[in-house]
Design a protein around this ligand. Sequence first.
Ligand code: ZN
Ligand code: ZN
Length: 144
Amino acid sequence: MSAAGNSVLTPRRIEYLKFLLEREGPVTNAEIAARFSVDPSTCTKTVRLLVDAGLVEHAPYQGIGLSEQGRRCAEFLLRRHRLLSLAFSRLGVDPAIACEQATQCEAHIPRDVINTICAALGHPSCSTCGVIARDRACCSTEQE
Ligand SMILES: [Zn+2]
Ligand SMILES: [Zn+2]
């Protein structure tokens, strides 16, 4: 993730990007607004910021989707969320609470810390809240 990408990624925007990745297709402003219980005009503003950051594409009549850069970024965000959530649940936290608390604290945890956690957990492929994508730089060292 670039430095520019980091500054734009507030917790709410992280949730938008993860949502767009999981939906795997263009969504409407109204769908995002409904998902996050925000006013459509608030949602429009956030989407515009993400478009300006190069993470989201919003072509007229085609809905809102991730750009190539946004997809790579969102894949990391989802991997980070799921690794943190798994780490909490392995420490005894109830999976639903682990997922919720990971969402609360994930925004500022850098990639190298996530990769350290990934290694400590044995490069898991599945969390309590979904599939964990492998990171070539982190998880492929296993076979070497
Ligand atoms: Zn989760
Ligand atoms: Zn790994």
